[in-house]
Ligand binder design. Structure first.
Ligand code: SAM
Ligand code: SF4
Length: 351
């Protein structure tokens, strides 16, 4: 299904009373913009994409670099200070360095980050630091080569590990590992992953599996609840200390004496929605006010129809004002919203 252009009447009905910031009815303020810059990827992680891939968005329907930086500029004028480029694999985009440079140079933006599968990080790590990247989250679900080839459907573990090493050596300020917790697959590796924090200032984050893949592998009994991950960690490391983290990281710990940290992200349980500070831009230029909301507003069509920055600002403010109280309410509203756009993969939304 394709998203329809945002109509004026819809945005008028969503008018936010706050003209200077991105806020909602539940007293949340949105300062963290996540931008999916492509839906393409070299891997085919089983929880994300089918083996044959998806119907990738044709280039002309993706946002251009100028359009992405324009949206970031409008967001920054509304108080956005942190940007994350994701996808798909953001480093596959030929203008990604220009995007990072441009975002870093945008007044008001103090933090520019990437979420990456790590495959291209080894070659780019130093340049990424030079142009202003402040943080990178690298996805890595297993430390076992055979399992990696099963989960990503490509045998690329050594390349990802070199990417992690290079990111640390290059001195990217924040290096985190995203590990999707999968029962019966990598729950036996929780201790091994935790030990990666011993000598490196890395944060290992276990993420709950979410229902964002057309094949719904999350229904096959692999899902591990945040509480189970926490219990396993506490069992393995009874002397865990509490530590500080970002608003949507849950149960943040440090093993005494370790340089890095451990975190659990309850992305399915949705227990941290009250702390949400995120606004999402999809690869094809829609603003999405919640990972679980299929109600989207096209910024791309508006820009290509000659829309002004003031109008973009109004769409962003209206979209966030319309945000539901939590991800459960967003999911329930999906059948009734005015501009429903069901996505078949996390690569299109930006994980
Ligand atoms: N390709 C990059 C990567 O893998 O880091 C960026 C895009 S990927 C969609 C972003 C994050 O979403 C990754 O950490 C990935 O593990 C996570 N992800 C994708 N599908 C997911 C699902 N169904 N449940 C939980 N996390 C998922
Ligand atoms: Fe690619 Fe990231 Fe999806 Fe894996 S999770 S298939 S690396 S976009």
């Amino acid at each position: 299904m394709t998203v329809t252009p945002a109509s004026e009447s819809i945005h008028e009905s969503l008018a936010s009373p706050n003209e200077t910031m991105l806020v909602d009815r539940y007293n949340r303020t949105f300062t963290y913009m996540r931008v999916a810059v492509t839906d393409r990827c070299q891997l085919r992680c089983i929880y994300c994409m089918p083996a044959e891939g998806i119907d990738f968005t044709p280039d002309e329907r993706l946002l251009t670099g100028d359009e992405i930086l324009r949206i970031i500029g409008v967001g920054a004028a509304l108080g956005v200070n942190k940007v994350r480029f994701t996808g798909g694999e953001p480093l596959l985009r030929s203008d990604i360095l220009d995007l990072i440079r441009g975002a870093s140079g945008t007044p008001g933006i103090t933090s520019v980050n990437l979420t990456s599968n790590g495959l291209l990080v080894e070659d780019l790590a130093h340049e990424l630091v030079e142009i202003g990247l402040t943080g990178i989250n690298i996805s890595l679900d297993t430390l076992d080569e055979t399992k990696f080839a099963q989960i990503a459907r490509r045998a690329r573990l050594p390349k990802v590990l070199s990417g992690v090493k290079s990111a640390l050596e290059a001195g990217i300020s924040s290096v985190k590992l995203n590990v999707v917790a999968l029962k019966g697959f990598n729950d036996g590796e929780i201790g091994d992953f935790a030990m990666l924090t011993k000598d490196d200032p890395i944060t290992v984050r276990w993420i709950e599996l979410m229902p964002f893949d057309a094949h719904q592998i999350w229904k096959t009994g692999r899902h591990m609840h945040a509480g189970e991950i926490q219990a396993r960690l506490e069992e393995l490391f009874p002397n865990l200390e509490k530590a500080a983290g970002t608003p949507t990281e849950h149960h943040i710990y440090r093993i005494p004496g370790h340089l890095g940290k451990l975190a659990i992200i309850p992305s399915y349980t949705r227990s941290l929605c009250e702390n949400c500070d995120r606004i999402r831009i999809t690869a094809d230029g829609c603003v999405r006010n919640c990972l679980y909301s299929d109600n989207e507003f096209s910024l791309r069509d508006h820009m290509r129809n000659g829309g002004t920055d003031d109008e973009l600002s109004r769409i962003l403010r209206g979209a966030m004002w319309d945000k539901k109280v939590d991800g459960w309410a967003s999911q329930r509203a999906n059948d009734t919203g005015p501009e429903v756009h069901h996505r078949e993969s996390m690569t299109q939304i930006g994980g």
